[in-house]
Design a protein around this ligand. Structure first.
Ligand SMILES: C[S@@+](CC[C@H](N)C(=O)[O-])C[C@H]1O[C@@H](n2cnc3c(N)ncnc32)[C@H](O)[C@@H]1O
Ligand code: SF4
Length: 398
């Protein structure tokens, strides 16, 4: 991976991490009550070609920061990217390839909702170059799908997964568990059905109540009660064990894959390697001299479109992450991984060996408590540590 490149100010990089491209499509048919992603309800026809043209301008504006580099993965996320027609996704990917070198064999993922209309587009997406889909199934229980505000039925989800399997060697789907009233037994039974439908990858998230969502207000009012901490912890542990036995061990807190089938794009985030992001609210982190450049795009879709139109880019914030901040950001990402961080690779992207940067004083109590493991070449959180990663991180980087 050693390369000598020069950026626009003539700074040399001896080693550059892989580069990923994130593309955000912000619209959904309906806002789900639990979701705090940058996603916006919009009915009627979407301004697909206008939007794709704006994405190109946003991408062109950041190209000088990554001159000469190749893109290893592309992730088209949302929102609901599968609301876009296959010709729009084809135009989008063709335009990206015309502007930046995309590695042969790059992973190109598209997030899709599992409705019938979306599944009908899968062949077109594949022909456009998409080689991995991730479907937001969320539940395989009709009453819970309704509670989660989803537009699709269980049968539609199963049919969409079958269509995904026919068109893509690589597909994944998301489920949300620890739902109100859900017992560990009911979840494990649902997990068996999920495993029968699974390919090489599954994302299994515990329901979290995010500030600003409809669920947040309802939960505050006491409209529903989540499973207790102990029960949620048991569901998490049993999920890990069952998936491990099924050959899809967790490689990250909520992500499971067969060997070699992890999402390469998300690994780039978790390893604190480099990515650029275009579209409303998209973030970027990429090497710049001895630091990381952090960028954020305007978050509202209309504001982003207006800014790209007026200024030729959607950036609203750009800063340089250095020193301890860079180490902390890298740790917050890397300790999510079951393998933790490779100390040498970490030093290359974060500027310091994590064990030396944190010091014995902070590490020792967490190692003794069984939440962290220090090895000659790695630092990792144990399974118990990953289960309560937020409080481990609070103690580590206080
Ligand atoms: C951007 S969405 C996925 C794509 C697509 N829009 C969909 O919903 O089908 C990313 C995933 O995060 C998960 N997620 C979002 N909000 C969550 C929450 N509050 N608790 C747990 N999981 C959540 C869902 O599983 C969701 O599929
Ligand atoms: S979960 Fe997916 S479909 Fe629902 S609002 Fe969020 S991004 Fe949109």
């Amino acid at each position: 991976m050693s390369a000598v490149l020069r950026d626009r100010r003539g700074v040399h990089f001896e080693v550059l991490p892989p580069l990923a491209l994130y593309i955000h499509i912000p619209w959904c048919v309906r806002k789900c009550p639990y979701c705090d992603f940058n996603s916006h309800e919009r009915s009627g026809a979407l301004p697909e070609s206008e939007y794709v043209a704006a994405l190109f301008r946003d991408l062109e504006a950041l190209l000088p920061s990554v001159w000469g580099r190749r893109v290893h993965s592309i992730f088209i996320g949302g929102g609901t990217p599968s609301l876009f027609s296959a010709p729009s996704i084809d135009a989008l990917l063709a335009g990206v390839r015309a502007r930046i070198l995309v590695e042969p064999g790059a992973e190109i993922t598209l997030e899709a909702n599992p409705g019938t209309a979306e599944a009908e587009r899968f062949r077109g997406y594949r022909d456009a170059g998409v080689n991995r889909v991730s479907l937001g199934v969320q539940a395989l229980d009709p009453a819970d799908l309704k509670f989660l505000g989803r537009e699709h039925s269980t049968d539609e989800a199963i049919a969409a997964l079958e269509t995904a399997r026919r068109h893509f060697r690589r597909y994944s789907f998301d489920l949300i568990y620890a739902r109100p009233g859900q017992t560990a037994e009911a979840w494990l039974a649902e997990l068996e059905r999920a495993l029968a439908l699974a390919g090489e990858h599954l994302s299994l998230y515990q329901l979290t109540i995010e500030r600003g969502t409809r669920f947040y207000a309802e939960h505050q009012r006491g409209s529903f009660v989540l499973p207790g901490e102990e029960q949620a912890a048991r569901m998490f542990e049993e999920t890990q064990a069952r998936l491990e036995a099924a050959g899809l061990p967790a490689y990250e807190i909520s992500n499971h894959a067969r060997r070699g089938a992890a999402c390469r794009h998300n690994l780039i985030y978790w390893r604190y390697q480099d990515y650029v992001g275009v579209g409303p609210g998209a973030h970027g982190r990429f090497a710049e001299a001895e630091a990381k450049r952090a960028t954020r795009r305007q978050s509202g879709p209309e504001n982003w479109l207006a800014q790209v139109e007026a200024q030729g880019h959607g950036t609203v914030e750009t800063s340089v992450v250095t020193g301890q901040d860079r180490v902390e950001e890298a740790l917050m990402m890397g300790l999510r991984l079951s393998d933790g961080v490779d100390r040498a690779l970490f030093a290359a992207v974060a500027g310091a060996d994590p064990v030396e940067a944190l010091g014995e004083g902070r590490l020792a109590p967490l190692v003794e408590a069984g939440f962290l493991e220090v090895q000659p070449d790695r630092l990792k959180a144990t399974a118990a540590g990953r289960q309560r990663l937020n409080s481990v991180l609070e103690r580590l980087i206080a």
